[in-house]
Ligand binder design. Sequence first.
Ligand code: GLU
Length: 391
Amino acid sequence: MTLQTGTAEKSGFTGRLASYERIVVKVGSALLVDPVRGVREEWLGALADDIAELGRTGADVLVVSSGAIALGRKVLGLPRGKLKLEESQAAAATGQIALSRAWAEALGQRGLAAGQILLTLGDTEERRRYLNARATIANLLKFGAVPVVNENDTVATNEIRYGDNDRLAARVGTMVSADLVLLLSDVEGLYTAPPARDPSATMIPHVEHITPEIEAMASGAGSELSRGGMQTKIEAAKIATGAGAGLVIASGRELNPIARIDAGEPCTWFAPAGTPVAARKTWIAGTLEPRGAVTLDAGACTALRKGKSLLPAGVKRVDGSFQRGDTVAIRDEAGALLGLGLIAYDVEDARLIIGRKSHEIEDLLGYAGRSEMIHRDDMALGVAARLNDED
Ligand code: GLU
């Protein structure tokens, strides 16, 4: 990241954040927005100082900022409590303007340009749109600007939304090959039990692997302003660590939260998975919403586990309305998820060739398609990310 101005005497962080090259900073609504007074300017200014400092450390910084709905609520004078979908869309439409202005001003005062990116689920789930969004973000970083990302809540409906910026931040991190994702919210880290309910609960400083025990520690509690609770943070950690990035859950309540993390403030660090899978597999593994499913016979399941591609002959059925290149779930006959993969055929054509030998494809379809229905390079088995259809 290039700084236009900046204080010459400071030379970046030297603590725990010193070696990271690309960092996604997720900011929760409860930190940024006071329900009565609006944007917490002083807090945001101090965070912008931290971001500039990360830049001097040599890192590219991306922000994923919540707060559109919370700010819009105030602008439109909406009452507290749960909003209807159309109310939150209207709130986001007004609040996002205020949110972007606040970021542009705070970063601008520190010599940094802000670039607004509003994403919908399809922008990370469909490969063509994903590549497009990734290219825009990469260009912003090249020009030294700080991408400020949020979900495009004005057009997102319940069916097609991330819903929480924790997972969005992890997806954005995967998209740009970030090596660290910082989730700043009003919780200090992952506790062995919800601290409000269990006074003996202790914070876990380091998570090497996200085991079922770790998942069990995450309670569903969130704050009134933000959508994400501990569970969405653990989901985010699975996506980010599976893609080879570290993830930190830390409190952002005090001023300069990033400087505090650098200085060793207690929080929870999730280690990146040991062997980062290739970018393509990573992207596939992080899919939240596959377009369909293929159900395999037992022989094909065994072949896939041995690292083979999926041939039409081993497929018992296909479901959904996918097109060539879409991500589909790969299931065994009992319905258990084996993994995810990019399918080489539209659903209509896939239906015609399942159960058949690859050399029959040309006769069946009238063109010579790929002999694999899902190539092994286009497949991520043992995916950790929870899928929306399993909620
Ligand atoms: N996108 C939402 C907003 O900006 C926030 C989602 C969340 O709280 O995680 O208001």
